[in-house]
Design a binder for this molecule. Sequence first.
Ligand code: XUL
Ligand code: CO
Length: 462
Amino acid sequence: MSILSPEMSSFAPSSKKQKTTISKSDGPFFSDIGKIEYKPDAGPEQTLVFKHYNAKEVVMGRTMEDWLRFSVCFWHSFRGTGADAFGFPTIDRPWDDGTHSMENAKRRLRAAFEFFARLGNKYWTFHDRDIAPEGSTLAESNANLDEMVDLAYDLQRQKGVKLLWVTCNLFAHSRYMNGAATNPDAHVSIYAAAQVKKGLEIAHRLGAENFVFWGGREGYQSLLNTDIRAELDHMAAFFRMVVAYKHKIGFKGQLLIEPKAKEPTRHQYDYDVQTVMSFLHQYDLSQHFKINVEPNHTTLAGHPYEHDIQLASAYGFLGSVDANTGSPDLGWDTDQFPMDIRNCTVVMKIIMEQGGLSPGGLNFDAKVRRESVAVEDLFIAHIGAMDAFARGLRNAANIISDGHMKTALENRYTSWGSGLGARIKKGEATLEDCEKYIMQKGDPSHTSGKQEHFEAMLNYYL
Ligand code: XUL
Ligand code: CO
C-alpha cells in the first residue's frame, strides 16, 4: 500500500511540499564537473568522460550527433526528487528550494541549461507544468508559462540547445483523474483542449521539432463504468482539433503519440504501436501523427525491448524514441537509463536502416535511482547512456556495412520472390492455384529458422 499521496510524485505540478524555504545559490552548479570530454583511452573508473560518444565523428556519412540527437528530459532530471510510492524524496538539489515559486522555477531552468552545456546534448524536452508552476486559473498558469518560455527562449539561444519536443501534462492534476481527452465529463476534456492550445503555442514559439501526446489517464480502471467506444471517439475528435490548430498557427513540428500499455490506468488506450497505428487508421488520422516509442513501455506491454521500434519503423511510423529501459524482472515502468549495449545496437540498427530519426531524437526519459543522490550521478547516468548508444551506433554501422545479417534475413524469404509466392504477394493467385501447387509439389520441407545463428552473428558485433 502506498503511504504517500500522489502529490509526492515528481510529475505532480501543483503539489505543496511541506518544506522550509531556504535560499539557494544561483549557480554555477556544476563547476566541479566542467565540460564533459571525449577520452577514448579512459579507464573503467572514469565515468565522467565519454569513451565512445564523439559528437563530430562521422559514422556512415553522418556525425554521431546527427544520428543520435540526444535529448535530456526536464521532468526526471530537474523535477525528480527520488520520491516513490513508499518513500519520501531522497534527492535535494542545490538549485531547488522546495517551493513552487517562479524564482525557484527560473533558477532550476538556468541550472538545466548549465547542465546541457556541460554535457553537450543538443536537445531537451519538457511538459508544460514541469517548467512553470500551475496557477489557480488557466489564465494564471498560462501567464506563468509565458514568463518561463521567455527565459527558455533566451537560454536556448545562449547555449545553442534546441527543443526536441513539448508535451502537456494531462495526467497529474486531480481534474484529470478520470482522463483528459477521454474523460466522461466534457468540461474536463475542454480544459485539456484549452491547455493543449497553449502547449502548441509555446512549442511553436520555442521552435519545438515535435509535440508529444502521452495519454497517461486515457484509459480505464473498470469496464463497468466505461463506454470505450465513446471515449475513443472523443479522443479522435480531440486530436482533430489539435491538427486543425497546429495548421492554423503554422506550427511545423511533428505530432507524436507515445504508447504505454498501462500505469497509471489499468488499461491505456494507446496500448502499443500496433494499437496506436490501428487507432490512427480507424479515425483517419494516420497522415498527421507518428509515434514516440519508449522501450520500457514496450516491455510493459509484454513485448521484447525493440519490438515497438521495429514495428513502427516497418510501417513508417517511427517518429522518436524515449530512450530508457526497465528491469525485465519487474512488471512496471522504472525509467532507467539505457546502458545495455545489445539493446542500443538493435535500436540503432533499426534507426539507421530507416535513414535516421530526424525530426525525432533519443530522449532520455529516464531517472537516476532514488539512491543516486549526488549531482554527479545525473552526469554519469547521461554519459553512460550516451556512450552505450554511441557503441550501439558503431556496432550497427558494422552490421549494416557487412551485410551478413541482412542477407541471412533475406534468405529466409527467397521463396516469396518468384513463382507462386510472388504471384500471391501481388494478389494474382487464387486458393485453387495453391491447391494445384500442393497437389503437384507435396509437403514443404522443414527449413531451419536459424535463431541461434542470428544470435551468434549479433554477438559478434557487440
Ligand atoms: C510516462 C512517460 C511520460 C511521457 C511524456 O511513462 O513516458 O514521461 O514521455 O508525458
Ligand atoms: Co516517455
